[in-house]
Write a protein that binds this ligand. Structure first.
Ligand SMILES: Nc1ncnc2c1ncn2[C@@H]1O[C@H](COP(=O)(O)OP(=O)(O)O)[C@@H](O)[C@H]1O
Ligand SMILES: [Mg+2]
Length: 604
């Protein structure tokens, strides 16, 4: 598939789609500000020369003719207040344009940040599960926060500053040339030296910043993992070990900052010395020119102002240029996300009701191209409206089979076919499939909301009564009534305040509430006791539904009453039949049954 954002520029253009005009305005106002800033020293220099009266003021022709028209320098000399007023007016104008420039930059970056976050989030949730499996959550979040911020800084600080400073420096040089070409030559001789010097340092500083970033990532990864797994750390008495691991990282992190700070200090100190040297040269040469009359005192003062005005920008130019490489890395990290292909549907895919038998027809599936097949030529049928039990040891591929049924993963070509009532599953849209299948996952995930909100997570319109009814069938109601806040009990992050069995029953209640045409319980009764297990199944049998049900378990008692039982081992179907038939068959099922309930097994 064609890449959406093949180049850095194409991605940047997409990111500034709604904010471009703010950035363009901000650059225009920045230029205007530079121009206004540059005018004032010339006015001051004119004032000095006029008052001293030692030399005719050095001004461009059109400005001089304007002054002559309003009465000449003599008039201005007697009304020096006008000049002061002009200086103030220009300063106020410059303040206004500077304010607009900052506002436009701020506005541009906010709009850009918002649209970038939206774009990323929308894309990330559309990416297939296989993508999420191989990318770490922490890393994805880092890309959506730090990297987005680096790009923001690049656009609203570096890029704009580069354009702004270059123009400011060029304008200042033009103004300087108007005063004295020789002094300008001295100024110019220093500029490349200072820029190169600053670039040299900033390449090192940038590399060092990158190391600091990396170490910060590692440090927060250690902290995050330990905080998430705080129970394991405590239970295994690993506090000491984990603390040392953290402290070691923390020390390395501090060390890197230390080095970085020394580098920065060295840069600023040497930079100051270089600029000082430049000023010294200009001071001496300027004084010399002043004495021999080739420039006026006012011109000399103005020149020094310009030189001081661009000293900062010249030094920052190196920093801006080196900072750009950092933005390049971040752009690539976003490209990685945005160029990943989202889940797509084939052309003829459409929504359709899931009715009829579920048929797995010679299904072969592997997770990665280099992995061994997890399902190997699996063929089985789950009869419509009946309960199908699937028994198998862990890793035999039961969950994978259900993920394929929910279209969480797609079958490859030559990987067989899944049909529901003679319709190929791949021709029914994912949205339609998933909305009609209720699956209780093996490891239920609860959100940090209330218990009631968790049960109603899929059925947005559920009333308290509906939630209660679903909880009753899942044999959760009695338990909840013991909680002081009932269904308003907050379940904590990932449901930490609930026991394994309570979490499972909450997840079952979610699925019961949805009341979909297909219901799957994937090992969902493993953490409840046998008695509750029986009660839940009995309640579900009495539900007013014709749903096709699939019950996965490794406890025989959970699925012995199913209409049809399939026994899986190592990605293959090894036996199938009813409980009775399987016992008579005397195979794997019988063996497991003998182990789990010896008394039943012996007397079928
Ligand atoms: N996301 C995944 N990526 C790679 N391998 C996986 C993934 N999920 C499961 N597997 C592998 O597939 C096999 C079957 O897993 P699963 O379907 O969960 O089995 P069961 O549900 O029967 O215990 C296991 O060997 C497991 O290691
Ligand atoms: Mg499983």
């Amino acid at each position: 598939m064609k890449k959406r954002y093949p180049t850095h520029v194409s991605l940047l253009l997409r990111l500034v789609k709604g904010s471009k005009h703010f950035f363009i305005l901000s650059i225009l106002f920045a230029w205007l500000t530079s121009l206004l800033d540059l005018i004032n020293p010339r006015i001051v220099s004119f004032a000095v020369d006029s008052v001293l009266g030692t030399a005719s003021p050095q001004l461009p022709g059109p400005v001089l003719s304007l002054i002559n028209r309003i009465g000449g320098p003599d008039m201005l000399r007697s009304h020096i207040g006008y000049i002061a007023g002009l200086v103030i007016v220009i300063a106020i104008l410059a303040a206004l344009t500077r304010y607009t420039f900052r506002m436009m930059t701020a506005k541009g970056q906010e709009v850009m940040l918002k649209s970038t976050r939206d774009l990323l989030y929308r894309h990330i949730i559309s990416l297939p599960l296989s993508w999420h499996n191989k990318n770490h959550t922490g890393d994805i979040i880092q890309r959506c926060t730090s990297d987005v911020d680096v790009i923001r800084a690049f656009l609203s600080e570096q890029l704009i500053n580069l354009v702004r400073m270059t123009v400011q420096i060029v304008l200042a040089i033009i103004f300087m040339l108007g005063i004295s070409p020789y002094l300008t030559l001295i100024e110019l001789a220093f500029i490349p030296i200072i820029v190169l010097f600053s670039l040299f340092f900033h390449v090192r500083i940038g590399a060092s910043f990158r190391k600091v970033d990396e170490m910060e990532g590692q440090l927060s990864a250690v902290a995050q993992e330990n905080l998430t797994g705080v129970r394991v750390v405590r239970a295994f008495g690993r506090e000491q070990y984990e603390r040392e691991r953290f402290e070691k990282k923390n020390e390395a992190y501090t060390g890197l900052w230390d080095y970085l700070m020394r580098l920065l200090s060295l840069f600023w100190a040497t930079g100051d010395a270089l600029s000082g040297l430049q000023t010294l040269f200009i001071l001496i040469a300027g004084a010399h020119f002043c004495l021999n009359g080739s420039i006026t005192v006012g011109g000399y003062i103005a020149f020094l102002s310009y030189s001081a005005m661009i000293a900062g920008p010249v030094r920052q130019l190196g920093r801006v240029i080196s900072g750009m490489s950092r933005a390049g890395v971040s752009i690539e990290r976003l490209q990685y996300i945005l160029n990943s292909d989202p889940e797509t549907e084939i052309e003829e895919a459409a929504a359709a009701p899931l009715e009829g038998d579920i048929v797995f027809d010679h299904v072969t599936f592997r997770y990665g191209p280099d992995d061994a097949p997890v399902l190997n030529d699996v063929s089985l049928t789950c009869k419509a409206g009946k309960v199908t039990g699937i028994l198998g040891s862990t890793g035999s591929g039961k969950s994978t089979l259900m993920y394929l049924l929910c279209r969480l993963y797609d079958l490859p070509e030559n990987g067989g076919e899944i049909r529901i009532g003679n319709q190929r599953l791949s021709t029914i849209t994912r949205e339609s499939v998933r909305s009609q299948i209720g699956i209780v996952l093996q490891e239920p995930y609860l959100f940090s909301r209330t218990l009631g909100e968790n049960i109603a997570i899929a059925g947005l319109t559920a009333t308290d009564h509906d939630i209660r009814e679903a909880a009753k069938i899942a044999v959760l109601d009695d338990t909840v009534n013991h909680f002081s806040k009932g269904y308003d009990t907050f379940v904590g992050e990932r449901g930490v305040t609930l026991s394994g069995g309570q979490k499972q029953r909450t997840a079952i209640a979610q699925t019961i509430l949805r009341n979909t045409p297909i219901m799957i319980l994937d090992d969902s009764l493993s953490a409840v006791d046998t008695e509750t297990d029986t009660r839940i199944r009995r309640e579900m049998d009495q539900m007013d539904t014709s749903a096709t049900r699939i019950l996965i378990a490794h406890r025989i008692t959970t699925l012995m009453h199913a209409d049809h039982i399939i026994v899986m081992d190592q990605g293959r179907v090894v036996e199938e039949g009813t409980h009775q038939e399987l016992l008579e068959h005397n195979g794997l099922y019988r063996k497991i049954c003998d182990l789990q309930m010896p008394e039943t097994g012996r007397e079928p």
